[in-house]
Design a protein around this ligand. Structure first.
Ligand code: GLC
Ligand code: CA
Length: 501
């Protein structure tokens, strides 16, 4: 049994995008009641925690990431009572619930923007060259009412809060307590490296050829518009708050940092984030050499005691079955095997357990304002071949990979994912054992977990031979499980082996 204070290290998380998960009242929008009704699916799958993307009232300029009331629930999604029921019902099934906290900005329609403008960042003239993340336009916009410019790192409807104002701290302390007091297990923290800006609002310097492609595309290094050291004090403050609770609550950060040591610094000395998503893995090419290189660096740079956190999909970057596996279900299973076979906490995105692909969203159905649009990552969960949705807010076109059919088929990716989660429960080294990469043929990645487990994936086009003796605990092709490993690893195949003494 997993000790309570280690649950977030040893468990498996599952991200729910609430508008797209399950609709209980047929209005085409997923809701909390729908999620409660589908908790059986998550219990059967074996997950330990849910991360719920934002549930608060929002004008939905950024689909919930523009919050207009941090203490409320969006009427499309349900009520506060539904949240309480979700926490209780999930808890009965051994599943904890994380909410998504968006502290960098509010919606421009949050009452604070007019009633307490001092909580935001204002200037008389645009003071610098900062660019907004979504459209690369200036991140300063003139407010007609005051004749002054406000800062928005994201959309114009998402004004940035001024974290140098102590009143902002006080408000968020209240917000955090409000939810933790209701039994929420913690938060996923939105764009946590963006909260503090350079106090003198200096220009961002231009990006150079040595910078990663994403920065080069943007044309600048975001060293002044974000990534300021003061964030570490704030995280320490919130970590202390989490530890006042019994059981202690947790903080999972979204930190887009391009250098591993910078990313790792958000763990602090065991006194900041509990977990921080690693985006180097998610956005890398699905090649053994690339992925193992990221993991090697993470293993080297993470402070002692810090715990990695892996995801292959989310509501921004799309689904691993498309991005990594390009639709090949064998490779999607390898992706899942990697996420759950590494040292660290895996986060699945709803539908990953089916090998679900990004949805098809024709231009006239497009709803996201970011460029490129992210709607394809957010299409409804296919519960059956019929979908179980009436006029959903985003189209559900392809239901060939769906829950009901895969549940009825023991050879499906859904059953594979369930077995993978079960293997983590059964094999302590798969949860907590150290990571050590082993020598392997080209395009193959083999690593050892602790003393008793080996994980191997072949991402190449040909069969590989491995000189390892062990018992097949799980194979992506579901062949030979429970038997001695014969040393052959087919193209697009992955295995978990337990070592026979
Ligand atoms: C995070 C969210 C993304 C959102 C952005 C601004 O990156 O994951 O969906 O648009 O923050 O809040
Ligand atoms: Ca609904």
């Amino acid at each position: 049994m997993v000790e309570p204070e280690r649950w977030w290290r040893e468990g498996v998380f599952y991200q729910v995008y609430p508008r797209s998960f399950a609709d209980s009242n047929g209005d085409g929008i997923g809701d909390l009641r729908g999620l409660i009704d589908r908790l059986d699916h998550l219990e059967w799958l074996g997950v330990d925690g849910i991360w719920l993307s934002p549930i608060h009232p929002s004008p939905n300029e950024d689909w919930g990431y523009d919050v207009s009331d941090y203490l409320g629930v969006h009427p499309d999604l349900g009520t506060l009572e539904d949240v309480d029921e979700l926490v209780a019902e999930a808890g009965r099934r051994g599943i904890r619930v994380l909410l998504d906290l968006v502290p960098n900005h509010t919606s421009i329609r949050h009452p604070w923007f007019r009633e307490r403008p001092e909580l935001y960042v204002w200037t008389d003239e645009p003071p610098n060259n900062w660019r907004s993340v979504f459209d690369r336009g200036p991140s300063w916009t003139l407010d007609g009412e005051t004749g002054r410019y406000y800062l928005h790192t994201f959309a114009t409807g998402q004004p940035d809060l001024d974290w140098r104002n102590p009143e902002v701290h006080a408000e968020f302390q209240r917000i955090i307590r409000f939810w933790l007091d209701r039994g929420v297990a913690g938060f996923r923290l939105d764009v946590v490296n963006v909260l503090y800006k350079d106090p003198e609002l200096r220009d961002d310097p231009p990006a150079g050829p040595e910078d990663p492609p994403l920065l080069r595309e943007l044309g600048m290094r975001r060293v002044n518009s974000m990534n300021q050291p003061e964030i570490h004090d704030l995280l320490r403050e919130w970590r202390r708050l989490c530890e006042e609770y019994e059981p202690p609550r947790i903080l999972v950060g979204e930190v887009y940092a391009f250098q591993v040591p910078h990313w790792a610094s958000y763990y602090g000395n065991g006194d900041q984030l509990h977990l921080s998503f690693n985006f180097q893995l998610m956005y890398n090419r699905f090649e053994a050499g690339k992925l193992s290189g990221v993991v090697a660096e993470v293993e080297r740079e993470l402070p002692a005691g810090a715990w990695p956190c892996w995801a292959g999909s989310n509501h921004d970057g799309g689904r691993l079955a498309s991005r990594w596996a390009r639709g090949d279900e064998r490779l999607a299973r390898c992706g899942l095997l990697i996420l759950l076979g590494l040292r660290g906490t895996p986060f699945l995105y709803y539908g990953d357990e089916l090998g679900l692909l990004d949805g098809e969203v024709p231009p006239e159905r497009r709803l996201d304002h970011a460029e490129p649009g992210r709607d394809a990552a957010r299409t409804p969960m296919p519960w059956s071949a019929a979908g179980e949705w009436r006029n959903p807010w985003l189209p559900l076109v392809d239901t060939s990979r769906n829950v009901a059919d895969q549940r009825a088929d023991s050879a499906s990716t859904l059953h594979f994912t369930r077995e993978l989660i079960a293997a983590r429960r059964r094999l302590p080294d798969l949860r907590t054992g150290s990571y050590r990469e082993l020598e392997s043929p080209p395009d193959v990645w083999v690593w050892r977990r602790g003393e008793t487990c080996i994980v191997a994936v072949n991402l190449g086009a040909g069969e590989a031979r491995l000189e390892i003796e062990g018992r097949v605990e799980l194979s992506t092709d579901r062949e030979g499980e429970g038997e001695a490993f014969d040393g052959r690893l087919g193209a697009g195949q992955g295995v978990i082996l337990s070592l026979t003494k």
